[in-house]
Design a protein around this ligand. Structure first.
Ligand SMILES: NC(=O)c1ccc[n+]([C@@H]2O[C@H](COP(=O)([O-])OP(=O)(O)OC[C@H]3O[C@@H](n4cnc5c(N)ncnc54)[C@H](O)[C@@H]3O)[C@@H](O)[C@H]2O)c1
Length: 334
């Protein structure tokens, strides 16, 4: 039976992962540890709180005493908690380094002390940096171009050092850009959709030429689940298989789905740092049986429908029956 500690489980990807874990019969406990920064919201977990196996802990991954206490009660860890927005990292890189690097070390060190059986560290393809051509395999050099990516690359190395040095059974996943319901409206898809549905304008950086690979959040979570159950300790797994698109082509799709046109778009100068193209190979996770299930057009249509249904908000409010059970709260967690 799995007793799973999920950090950052009130965020976008973490909350989808928690729901997925609660669908398994061999999971006896899921605990979410989340500091509820601007990006976290217990309402993202909604009716998952009806499941008595789920507990929410409002706390910080940097709180070593709290982390230690939680590790003692779990067998596996899936680590999502991070500062995750590139634009914010351009002005508050110190916060990114503290949370993403030191936070990962705090968790991995406690996991080692408590004999955690599997630790999955969730990372990003952005650590490989911008590629003029070709695609990055897991052994490609780390060339992060922006502070967010640098903090994730550093956190990957710290995490892997706990495998090398102390034998912590740890895997790293690196996925491409995720999309789907419950994403905080600061990244391009939820930001554009929520604005366009309100009849507002959106801004496109440069000429809209930046290329990203778009993977549905459920597909990323399926890959992370596979790595949790079958990943080899010490290994990195790229999680790609979505669709490559320029930001201009993505915008065209969103305009059409939101029932508007290019009059809603203003071009602005590119930001001070903006990687032109990410691309990666994902043969290792494919060999474990991973196959993304979502077609981009269908996934985007459902995502826009979700935002439309939720009146442009990212998350419906919690009903009284769904209030989270908070078992611990710390001063640092607020
Ligand atoms: N969104 C993507 O497209 C994407 C792609 C690849 C990898 N990732 C990685 O996946 C993970 C989750 O991303 P997301 O998009 O769900 O992020 P998110 O910003 O939606 O959620 C992050 C969560 O972490 C929590 N958190 C932040 N600092 C914390 C701290 N110090 N202690 C405890 N909790 C804290 C926040 O409250 C929030 O709930 C991140 O590690 C990110 O780097 C994201």
């Amino acid at each position: 039976m799995y007793e799973i500690l999920v950090t950052g489980g009130a965020g976008f990807i973490g909350s989808h992962f928690v729901r997925r874990m609660l669908r398994r019969d061999d999971v006896s406990r899921v605990t979410v540890l989340d500091a509820l920064t601007y990006a976290g919201n217990t309402a993202n977990l909604g009716d998952a709180f009806l499941d008595p196996r789920l507990t929410f802990v409002h706390g910080n991954i940097l709180d070593a005493a709290l982390v230690d206490e939680l590790m003692a009660r779990h067998t596996v860890v899936v680590h999502f908690a991070a500062e995750s927005h590139v634009d914010r990292s351009l002005t508050t890189a110190d916060r990114f380094l503290t949370t993403n690097v030191l936070g990962t070390h705090t968790l991995a060190a406690a996991a080692g002390r408590h004999g955690i059986e599997k630790f999955v560290h969730v990372s990003t393809d952005e650590v490989y940096g911008s590629l003029a051509e070709g695609a990055a395999g897991e052994d490609a050099p780390l060339r992060p171009g922006v502070p967010y990516a640098a903090s994730k690359a550093a956190s990957d190395l710290v995490a892997l050092s706990h495998f090398q040095t102390y034998g912590l059974p740890l895997c790293v996943t690196r996925s491409s850009n995720n999309y789907g319901p419950h994403q905080f409206p600061e990244k391009i898809i939820p930001l554009f959709v929520t604005r366009l549905l309100r009849g507002e304008k959106v801004t496109l950086h440069g000429q809209g030429q930046h290329v990203r690979n778009w993977l549905h959040v459920d597909d990323n979570c399926a890959g992370i689940e596979l790595v949790l159950c079958a990943g080899k300790p010490g290994e990195i797994y790229n999680l790609g298989g979505g669709t490559d698109l320029t930001s201009r082509d993505l915008t065209a799709k969103l305009l059409s789905l939101c029932g508007t046109d290019w009059d809603s778009v203003t071009y602005i100068p590119d930001r001070q740092a903006n990687d032109l193209r990410y691309s990666m190979l994902w043969d290792k996770i494919r060999a474990l049986g991973f196959r993304p299930a979502h077609d981009l057009d269908e996934g985007l249509e459902k995502t826009v429908q979700w935002y439309r249904h939720n009146h442009g908000r990212r998350t419906p409010p919690l009903s009284a029956a769904m209030r989270p059970r908070v078992i611990l709260a710390t001063a640092q967690g607020a």
